[in-house]
Design a protein. Structure first.
Length: 162
């Protein structure tokens, strides 16, 4: 009888140790292993985050979008609009986009950040994201001077959230 109790204690202790040492046995996997995406990789835009608009715009000089992985399921998206001079109105609105394997979809958006009689505006917001997916920022930039309104959409490179 003592042998049976010892064997039972040994088996129970072995199972507990196995569960403590290998916690994945105790969970049903929703976590994505590092560097493993749940979708195909999106087409690359290269490393360009800003577009020097040069001669194609009279008042808008630059339009910038960026995204930063803050870890723990959070990203920061940022947009900047730069004019060549002080303008009547300048704004930026940012969109967080998620790659579904074939196209980019807006999953969140910021408020529209704007100012008057300014030449520069920058804004950023944090959002929660899911691991295993690619995300990027798309920003809509607007500059108005007198009767002229110029708009531009910029996008950041994508990042995989682990």
């Amino acid at each position: 009888m003592k042998d049976y109790q010892r064997l039972t204690q040994f088996l129970v202790l072995s199972v507990l140790i196995a569960l403590l040492c290998f916690p994945t046995f105790a969970s049903v996997g929703s976590a994505v292993p590092a560097n493993e995406a749940r979708t195909s990789q999106p087409p690359s835009l290269g490393i360009v985050q800003s577009m020097d608009l040069g001669g194609s715009y009279q008042f808008m000089r630059d339009a910038i979008s960026s995204i930063t992985n803050l870890q723990n399921g959070q990203v920061n998206i940022k947009g900047e609009t730069i004019a060549v001079q002080y303008v009547d109105y300048i704004s930026v609105k940012m969109y967080l986009q998620k790659w579904n394997g074939s196209s980019w979809n807006d999953v969140a958006s910021s408020a529209t950040y704007s100012d008057t009689n300014e030449y520069y505006i920058v804004a950023g917001e944090n959002f929660s994201v899911q691991s295993g997916y690619y995300y990027r920022t798309r920003s809509h930039h607007t500059v108005t001077e007198g009767a002229t309104t110029e708009t531009y959409n910029s996008t950041s490179p994508s990042i995989l959230i682990n």
